[in-house]
Design a protein around this ligand. Structure first.
Ligand SMILES: NC(=O)c1ccc[n+]([C@@H]2O[C@H](COP(=O)([O-])OP(=O)(O)OC[C@H]3O[C@@H](n4cnc5c(N)ncnc54)[C@H](O)[C@@H]3O)[C@@H](O)[C@H]2O)c1
Length: 335
């Protein structure tokens, strides 16, 4: 297939673009590089066996979208471009609406104009908010706790409406918590990302941060810290292949959780990180952080049954690969 990958120079986009390219698909990336890296794309292309084409532009710009689609025709779009920081979204809710919702709407409109009928979209478990205390099913009522989660829920709605009366098909993947790096240790998560647990754990192990702040000690979980469903970045990349196949004549808009179906607490992750890195990783418990839910775990029955996708890697492999990436790229990508 010929694919337009928005946000392909970012963390999840670069791993997925590399995998797509290794399967023989043509990949053109549209990315503003606001949080992405040209070097990630070069490496992703090399690892995938074919150089990836970059169009530097913004999904909110009609001119940039026109330039991107002029590089087509595309059989499908994989849409990663967006902003993802919960904390930043609380400070700048309008920016998150503009990029994550209006940007998605502009992209869908450009797809319609260019007769591109298949879409895979990066949604998030943040749409569930606190969930309902049991592993989240796709039907669990949405109750986002912050503007980031709300923007993803609304973007899904935009997609559902755009595809409702079309002959096309879209899949929204609700990612739980991606962690880990490419097995080559050449692609990974930008260590400057400060809001996710794994980069912070590795910062402490690496000696560039003093200790880990564990937000909250009184959540209703066995050890009092938050529980999340962590998913290996390579498993997540594979989920996009399965989702792309599902847009071939499938229903208009399908939603799938992407997780392992198992939860790990912050303290579980801390312990495994200590073992993987052989570093003491001091930790201290502090107050709860605004916008965090106690426990969020995916029910993954739907994606397993309908798409035949299942996570294969566990938390240890996630942290081992992330540590290998960090040790070979202490500052992240050059430049
Ligand atoms: N990483 C996570 O924990 C996580 C969890 C759930 C969902 N997601 C979603 O998955 C997607 C990818 O996440 P990621 O972790 O790879 O993030 P990332 O920041 O590494 O990648 C996003 C990419 O989008 C680009 N981008 C941002 N705004 C843009 C715009 N207006 N126009 C064009 N390009 C733009 C950035 O430059 C970057 O390369 C995002 O939509 C994010 O919300 C991420």
């Amino acid at each position: 297939m010929s694919l337009l990958v928005t946000g392909g120079a970012g963390y999840i986009g670069s791993h997925t673009a590399s995998l797509l390219s290794s399967k023989g698909h043509r990949v053109v990336v549209l990315d503003s590089l606001i949080n992405g890296h040209g070097e990630a794309l070069s490496r992703a292309g090399r690892l995938g066996g074919t150089p990836l084409e970059l169009i530097r532009g913004d999904i909110r710009s009609q001119t940039d979208l026109k330039r991107a689609f002029a590089a087509g025709p595309f059989d499908a779009v994989v849409h990663f471009a967006g902003l993802k920081s919960v904390v930043e979204s609380i400070d700048e809710p309008e920016l998150y609406r503009e990029v994550n919702i209006s940007g998605t709407a502009a992209l869908c409109e450009a797809m319609r104009r260019n007769d591109c009928q298949r879409l895979v979209f990066s949604s998030s478990a943040a749409v569930y908010g606190n969930g309902d205390g049991t592993p989240c099913r796709e039907e669990t009522p949405l109750a986002p706790l912050n503007p980031y989660g709300a923007s993803k829920a609304e973007a899904e709605q935009v997609i559902a409406e755009q595809f409702a009366n079309s002959s096309g098909a879209a899949v929204s993947l609700r990612y739980f918590n991606p962690v880990g790096a490419h097995p080559s240790a050449e692609l990974g998560e930008d260590p400057k990302v400060r809001n996710n647990l794994a980069p912070v754990l590795l910062d402490v192990a690496f000696g560039v941060r003093e200790d880990l702040e564990v937000f909250g000690s009184d959540y209703p979980t066995p050890d009092g810290s938050c529980i999340r469903d962590y998913i290996h970045i390579m498993d997540l990349a594979r989920a996009h292949l399965a989702a792309l196949n599902a847009t071939d004549g499938g229903p208009n808009h399908q939603i799938y959780n992407v997780g392992t179906g198992r939860g790990s607490s912050v303290l579980d992750m801390l312990e495994i990180a200590r073992q993987v890195t052989s570093a003491p990783i001091p930790a201290r418990r502090v107050a709860r952080r605004e916008g965090d839910s106690a426990a969020l775990i995916a029910n993954v029955t739907k994606i397993q049954q309908e798409l035949g996708w299942k996570a294969e890697l566990g938390v240890r492999e996630m942290l081992e690969s992330a540590w290998a990436w960090r040790c070979s790229n202490p500052q992240g990508y050059p430049g």
